[in-house]
Design a binder for this molecule. Structure first.
Ligand code: COA
Length: 334
């Protein structure tokens, strides 16, 4: 049987500063703890302690934890894939910043810009690299600093209550057992939804890329057509999950743990219901962290491993949907 890739270790890091829904209502008086909890399942989120902390800074402890749990050192890592929608700088990407901060050898650092599907896109690339024998150990990091990019006023309430800062990481390498590991990763996109979830400015198509008017008009903040995103997510996540399970030759009863992207607890409950996955098999962390975008699934993996909830031999399903639109799913035999 051909070589498979496997997730050899996982880690995560969230900043220490907790912002509850009640804290948010001081800035956004027209929202409430009851509204946020009822519509999203979020109780609180973490944000960076002070200005000057970027996605690559959150990535450092998450990456170290993943590498250590894989039983490796930074010198064993052959490539970095860094998924984020909130890079430290416009360019270069956060991958090279992480390479430098960890003091790693001059390995390649690839930046992935697929937002909430960033982890699944990264896993698809890492899996292909490992199976093709290009690299032995690939570090994937999903890390986000949302808190510096949200419209914390009544105007931005539909988006700003959803997001939090955090990082998750995994090390992907060759599976020691051909029966186990990443069975497949399916990724998709449709740019028809590009303008239904986006940050418009600054943009290279405008001269200049940023103006005072753009700032005053709020075009620098994320905009979302929430109902449309909800509809697409609850249609596409089950569809791609079924495709991934079929390709893996497993059925829904074989799934021991479902680790979905964390955009909204209601989306995940709905998706699980459509797929016939019992609620007790779903991993949630949105109540504590909000939506950490590219970090949600690796944080879910890391926490599940730490709690002993994710064990060898289990069949695990990942699924996500986000801006682009982009979406994907993966089945992994642990
Ligand atoms: N607090 C209080 N009220 C709010 C609010 C907030 N934070 N945000 C929106 N509202 C209001 C709306 O203005 C609307 O008021 P109206 O009825 O007077 O017009 C009302 O609440 C209902 O808004 P609606 O958009 O219908 O709510 P919803 O049930 O669709 O929930 C989301 C809104 C954003 C939680 C939901 O649409 C969602 O989760 N969408 C997908 C999110 C997602 O996946 N994001 C992408 C990341 S990948």
């Amino acid at each position: 049987m051909a070589a498979r890739s496997a997730i050899l270790g996982a880690g995560h890091y969230v900043p220490s500063k907790v912002v509850t829904n009640d804290d948010l209502t001081k800035l956004i008086p027209s929202t409430s703890d009851a509204w946020i909890q009822e519509r999203t399942g979020i109780r609180e989120r973490r944000i960076i302690e002070h200005d000057g902390i970027g996605a690559s800074d959150l990535a450092v402890p998450a990456a170290k934890m993943a590498i250590e749990r894989a039983g490796l050192t930074i010198h064993d890592i052959d490539a970095i894939i860094f998924a984020t929608l909130s890079p430290d700088l416009t360019f270069p990407g956060s991958g090279v910043l992480l390479q430098h901060k960890l003091g790693m050898p001059q390995i390649p650092a690839l930046d992935v810009r697929n937002q909430c599907s960033g982890f699944l896109y990264s896993l698809s690339v890492a899996d292909a690299w490992i199976r093709a024998g290009v690299y032995k150990h690939v570090l994937i990091v999903g890390a986000e600093v949302h808190s510096t990019g949200l419209d914390l006023s009544d105007r931005g309430r539909d988006v700003s209550v959803l997001f939090g800062d955090g990082a998750g990481a995994v090390v992907v390498g060759r599976s020691p057992d051909p029966e186990r590991g990443v069975l497949n990763v399916v990724i998709r996109s449709d740019g028809v939804g590009a303008h239904d979830l986006m940050v418009e400015c600054p943009a290279s198509k405008y001269m200049p890329r940023i103006t005072k008017e753009m700032i005053d008009e709020g075009r620098i903040w994320p905009k979302m057509n929430g109902k449309l995103v909800f509809r697409w997510a609850t249609e596409k996540m089950p569809e791609v999950a079924i495709e991934s399970m079929e390709k893996a030759g497993v059925n829904v009863d074989d799934i021991d743990l479902f680790i979905p992207h964390q955009a909204n607890m209601r989306i995940n409950q709905f998706v699980a219901m459509k797929l016939n996955i019992p609620q007790e098999k779903i991993v949630h962390n949105i109540d504590r962290y909000g939506n950490t975008t590219a970090a949600t699934i690796p944080i879910g993996i890391s926490e599940s491993l730490g709690e002993g909830r994710l064990k060898p031999g289990m069949t695990v399903l990942f699924a996500g949907f986000g801006a682009g639109f982009t979406w994907g799913a993966s089945v992994v035999r642990w």
